[in-house]
Design a protein around this ligand. Structure first.
Ligand code: TMP
Length: 255
């Protein structure tokens, strides 16, 4: 592995100390997990594709006025991001019923929801990321009421923007998960920015014409064609990496 100091290792990414204070290097692995780490595997080239896909989507969101932690992509598997304090709340936005909401309310997968539904989950692997309400978030101090307002309004703007972007390339944005971080500026002022990644690992994307799944559900449900689905999303976004993802094995040190 790299010489740089490892700050944190998650299931799909590693964070290293960045080249300047206040920055981190986010390294994308090929590792995949599902059902809170019960199912483990690798998806060849996933890290390369997610690095690219997340770069593209974060840049487009920045253009649309959404503040993010993203600074720039460094190489095939790494991007430079601002160091933030991650809010331990995962925000899920759903447009069409799929996954856990189907089980919870016995809804058939694919049912359009009456309106977009925003849910909060406590980011805690040991507990399996339980569903929580605003009451839990404020009572346990995970985020303040104004921060919840910011996360809600940004998530809905992101949903509108990304739903349109994906529709333009023949994909329906079924649902997705976002994470936010606190960014402290020189005067110790704090503001929330979009953090983590946006990729087919944390989104459900269905082909408009066929409803074919083009996301991590192919891995979760053993549907096959996982690598191809991620590649197809990248291809439709017009951002397939220069060389084959399989060519890239380990992390490379940045200058
Ligand atoms: P769910 O249907 O399993 O609750 O997932 C909703 C969306 O959130 C789906 O696109 C996958 C994403 N997600 C994550 O990225 N990480 C998680 O830990 C969970 C539970 C969901």
């Amino acid at each position: 592995m790299s010489q740089r100091r490892k700050i944190y290792e998650g299931k799909a990414k590693v964070l290293f100390e960045g080249p300047e204070p206040g920055t981190l290097v986010q390294y994308f692995k090929d590792d995949a997990t599902a059902f809170n780490n019960v199912k483990k595997g690798t998806i060849a080239g996933k890290g390369v594709l997610n690095n690219r896909i997340s770069e593209y989507l974060m840049m487009r969101l920045t253009e649309a006025g959404i503040p993010t932690h993203f600074i720039r992509r460094l190489n095939m598997r790494e991007q430079l991001v601002r160091e933030v304090e991650i809010v331990p709340v995962e925000v899920v936005v759903r447009n069409i019923a799929a996954g856990s909401i189907c089980k919870r309310f016995n809804i058939e997968e694919g049912t359009p929801l009456p309106r977009s539904i925003v849910e909060y989950y406590y980011k805690n692997d040991e507990l399996g990321d339980p569903l929580i309400s605003e009451e839990h978030i404020t009572a346990f101090g995970w985020a303040t009421p104004p921060e919840i307002d910011d996360m809600l309004s940004m998530s809905l703007r992101i949903n509108d923007f990304l739903s349109g972007l994906f529709l333009g390339i023949g994909l329906k944005l079924i649902d997705f998960k976002l994470e936010y971080g606190r960014l402290f500026d020189e005067n110790e002022q704090v503001r929330l920015v979009l953090a983590d990644e946006i990729s087919p690992d944390g989104c459900r994307l269905w082909d408009v014409a066929t409803n074919e799944k083009m996301d991590k559900d192919r891995f979760r449900r053993d549907l096959g064609g996982v690598e191809e689905a991620y590649q197809e999303v990248a291809r439709r976004l017009g951002i397939l990496p220069e060389s084959e993802p399989q060519d890239v094995k380990g992390p490379t040190t940045i200058q």
